[in-house]
Ligand binder design. Sequence first.
Ligand code: 13P
Length: 244
Amino acid sequence: MRPLIAGNWKMHGTLREAGALAEAVRAGATAGLPADLLVCPPFPHIHIVAAAMLGQTVAVGAQDCHAAGKGAHTGDVSAAMLRDIGATHVILGHSERRADHGETDAAVRAKVEAALAAGLVPVVCVGETEAQRLAGEAEAVVEGQLAGSLPDGFAGIVAYEPVWAIGTGRTPTEDDIAAIHGTIRAALVARFGPAGQATRILYGGSMKPGNAKAILALAHVDGGLVGGASLVAADFLAIAAAAG
Ligand code: 13P
């Protein structure tokens, strides 16, 4: 399937910087690129980035949403609000939100349902900690997160992001990535049938221009979820170019 390279801009940048980065990504998103592109700015920057990408091939997403459609939830943002300002995707269950905000699998699942109801494509993150990997629990942890975080009828994207590889410059071996992506594919197919076969599974965690080609060539790696390197347009585009 056609790969997707997604940039998670996390909590970085000014409005001006977001606009410049969006413009640079847009300019580089040429027809020959072998991957679809998605950028996920912080909430205050989504609108201007979506405006910059309007009519272009680069999709825009958020990094979280609330599980409720609307209501008395001070400081939160609904999936419908994101849709209204031009987002088409939303990252949910990122390990930083699971850690910083105590998001459980059940909470993530409720957000995924809200995103789907609002017409957003959820990008659901799973991944083990270093202690869990060292204990030989990585596959079981990821299977448990998938079972708990994905609702019945799931139609979206899954991202495997080992927590210990995020922002550290460390990545699992190619064999380890291939093994866990195979496990994720098997779980998706067992639960969702043909839809699970067609679900994109992204790899995330210290993906850079230098390691992207080898990682993106692995079986059941259908793209990348890129943090730090997505803040430099040339690096983000180089990763996308490596998907071919
Ligand atoms: P880095 O690419 O900075 O390791 O971040 C990965 C990530 O968390 C993307 O969601």
